[in-house]
Design a protein around this ligand. Sequence first.
Ligand SMILES: *[C@@H]1O[C@H](CO)[C@@H](O)[C@H](O)[C@H]1NC(C)=O
Ligand SMILES: *[C@@H]1O[C@H](CO)[C@@H](O)[C@H](O)[C@H]1NC(C)=O
Length: 371
Amino acid sequence: MLRSTALCIALLQAATALVSPRFALRRTPPLRSTTAAYERERTPVFNFDAAPEATAALWERIDDVVMGGVSSSKIVVGDGGAEWRGIVRTDGGGFCGTRTAALDAPLDLSKADGVYVDAILTSDADVARRAWKLTLRTAASRSEIVYSAEWAPRGPDGVGGPTFVPFSDFKLVRGPRIVEGAPPLNATQCASVYGFGLTLSRFGAASVNMTEVENFRDGPFAVKLNAVGVYGDQKVDVPAIGKNVQESKPNSAGRPTIKNNGLILGLALTVLRPIASLVFSEEGRRRRQARRMLIKRGCKSDWAARVYGQRVVKRMRGLGAGAARLEGLREFAKDAAAYALSFPLRLAFRAIFGTVRLIRRLRGKKALPAL
Ligand SMILES: *[C@@H]1O[C@H](CO)[C@@H](O)[C@H](O)[C@H]1NC(C)=O
Ligand SMILES: *[C@@H]1O[C@H](CO)[C@@H](O)[C@H](O)[C@H]1NC(C)=O
């Protein structure tokens, strides 16, 4: 039992090493809360102070869900306002994030000079032992490619102002890495902004290769969110944003909008959407990848990889044996349902390509390559 747990941890570490690219140690970035920026006009886009509940509802979590959610966070609204709270665990990835749900109509922020974040780290004073990233999405897709820049909350003493990040600081990234050769963000591109995001990670986005925070502080954190907005010479006209945000589930792809498409289409989408989200689940895909990696590294079967994964999750989340088993069964049931639901589709594809191959063979032509 103990041996297999140790083996599993070793396997996980090997798996992490496999996916984690070369990185260098990162120096703490300078804070950008300069007086000059401080005196600019500020337009809050997400005013957590003014309307904590409604504003928090516009954000969803995007924590590291590899191996069934090892790091986790959420925005909690209490007497003191909105607080982004979570636990970062570095085993198997390790980052916490929150982003706005898909915006129906993009925001025109082209009159602004940059983004500001007004937030206070309330859990401890180790601001510099974490990398704080701010992302902007200038395309309607929900892909991994976004513009990213570093920021930092104030320490728990509350001294200092918001962090002001000029658009030109944002670089195009895929995950924690910079997309080489891509020009930096500019105000013109910010004429259509589809989303904002905040991430806490052990990797900064300062260079092409990943740079790791020295002496990274993992474990619990809490950040009081006051506002996220834009700044510049003038106030920017930002529409009441709650109306533009569609509902979307955590970690799910953005939903297409239905506009006067008729009852039938609406009904069909209502039925198909949960099925599609099950079959094409991002979480399911990542879990499948993790299991494949474990199998490559010595796990005997898919089932054995599941049992290993479950044991790790149990240990990290401090679940009881019963609860961990239940969670494992729940995931298995989801995967099985997704498999069953996609079966007719795969059958149909096989039939089509099988027929094509047969016809070609009958005609004496070369068969299509196996799919
Ligand atoms: C802004 O960036 C886009 C895309 O990189 C580029 O095509 C455009 O020329 C830039 N505009 C200005 C004013 O720099
Ligand atoms: C990134 O890593 C590669 C390979 O290790 C190295 O050749 C390159 O110089 C690094 N680039 C930067 C900007 O550190």
